[in-house]
Design a protein. Structure first.
Length: 320
C-alpha cells in the first residue's frame, strides 16, 4: 500500500495533464499512487492518461461537479497515509514528496505541512519565485488568521495526514471556486499547519484570478461558508471573519470601479450595507476613502502589479 496518494483533478486539460503526471513520476520519493479524477472532460484526457498504464489510476465523473467534487472522489478512492494534490496544469519539482514525508515523519505533532511554490502566468513567465515571500507570511506554524490574511499556501504544496479529513471533513462541493482556501482555513482553525520554505512546485496563475475583482469573487463565497462553521464559535473569531468578508466586498467594488465596470455601484452599495449591518466602521470609512481617491489608488495598484520581481522584493523589504 502506497504511503502517499497524489490526487490530480482535471477538466479538459489533455494538453497539460501528461506533464503533471510526469512530474509526479519523476519524484525522488517513489512510495506513492497517482489518482487522476476526470471531471467529465469532453477532450481526449482519458486517452492521454491511458498511456501511463497501471502507474496511474483513472477515475471519471459522468457529470461535472467542480474541483471540490473531483478531489473528494480522489480522497475516497485513495489508500495513502498522506494525501497530496496537484492541479492538472501545474507541476511538482523532484523533491516535493520527499520533503513533505520527511517532515511529517519527523514531526508527528503536525497534521499537515505546506512547502513553497513558484508562480507563473499563463505564458509561463515567472511572476513570483516564492509564493511564501510574496505573501509575507514567514512562519513555521501557520494559524488560521495567517492563512486568512496572507494565503501563503497553495493546493499543490500541501500534504495532509488522511486522518484529518475524518475530523474536519473534505472539500465543500458547494464552492466552485476557493474550495481549497476554505478547507485550509478549516484545517488550520483546528490543527497546527507547518510551513517549509522550500520551493517544490510550479503554479500557473491566470490573469483573471490575480485581478482585485477576480480575487474578491473567489473569496466572498468562501467567507460566507467560514461564517457558517463559526456560527457557534468565539465572537472575536466571528468578527474577524466578517471583517475579511467586508474587505472582500470592497475589493470587488473597487476592482470593478477601477475598470469602469457598470456593476461597480451595485457592489459598492453591497459593501456599505454589509459594513453598516455588522458595525464595521473602519472598513466602511476605509472603503469609501479608497473609492473617493481611486484616481490615485488605481494607478498605484496597476504599477505594483506590473513591477518587476526585483522591484517587488525591494518594496517588500522596505514595508517590512
Amino acid at each position: 500500500m502506497s504511503r502517499v496518494s497524489v490526487i490530480i483533478p482535471t477538466y479538459n486539460r489533455a494538453t497539460t495533464v501528461g506533464d503533471a503526471i510526469e512530474s509526479v513520476l519523476a519524484q525522488t520519493y517513489q512510495d506513492f499512487e497517482i489518482i487522476v479524477v476526470d471531471d467529465a472532460s469532453s477532450d481526449n484526457t482519458a486517452e492521454v492518461v491511458s498511456r501511463y498504464g497501471d502507474r496511474v489510476r483513472y477515475l471519471r465523473r459522468e457529470t461535472n461537479g467542480g474541483a471540490a467534487a473531483a478531489r473528494n472522489d480522489g480522497i475516497r478512492a485513495s489508500v495513502g497515509e498522506f494525501i497530496s494534490f496537484l492541479d492538472a496544469d501545474d507541476r511538482y519539482l523532484p523533491e516535493r514528496l520527499a520533503a513533505a514525508v520527511a517532515f511529517l515523519d519527523g514531526n508527528p505533532e503536525f497534521r499537515a505541512v505546506y512547502t513553497d511554490c513558484e508562480v507563473r502566468d499563463g505564458a509561463g513567465r515567472i511572476v513570483a519565485e516564492s509564493m511564501i515571500e510574496a505573501s509575507g507570511c514567514w512562519k513555521r506554524l501557520a494559524t488560521w488568521r495567517d492563512v486568512a490574511c496572507h494565503e501563503p499556501m497553495h493546493t499543490n504544496t500541501i500534504t495532509i495526514r488522511r486522518t484529518c479529513f475524518d475530523e474536519v471533513g473534505m472539500f465543500d462541493e458547494r464552492l466552485r471556486r476557493g474550495q481549497d482556501s476554505e478547507l485550509w482555513l478549516r484545517l488550520s482553525y483546528r490543527f497546527p499547519v507547518a510551513q517549509m520554505r522550500k520551493v517544490s512546485a510550479i503554479f500557473h496563475c491566470r490573469e483573471t484570478e490575480s485581478s482585485p475583482s477576480g480575487l474578491a469573487r473567489r473569496v466572498i463565497p468562501v467567507w460566507h461558508v467560514v461564517l457558517e462553521w463559526l456560527d457557534s464559535g468565539p465572537a472575536a473569531d466571528q468578527r474577524f471573519a466578517r471583517s475579511r468578508l467586508a474587505r472582500a466586498y470592497w475589493l470587488l467594488a473597487l476592482g470593478l470601479h477601477w475598470r469602469s465596470n457598470p456593476d461597480a455601484q451595485t457592489a459598492r452599495q453591497r459593501a456599505i450595507a454589509y459594513c453598516l449591518e455588522h458595525r464595521l466602521l473602519c472598513y466602511l470609512v476605509g472603503g469609501l476613502m479608497t473609492w473617493h481617491f481611486s484616481p490615485i489608488v488605481s494607478p498605484v495598484w496597476e504599477a505594483y502589479r506590473h513591477l518587476s520581481r526585483a522591484g517587488r522584493r525591494a518594496l517588500g523589504a522596505i514595508v517590512r
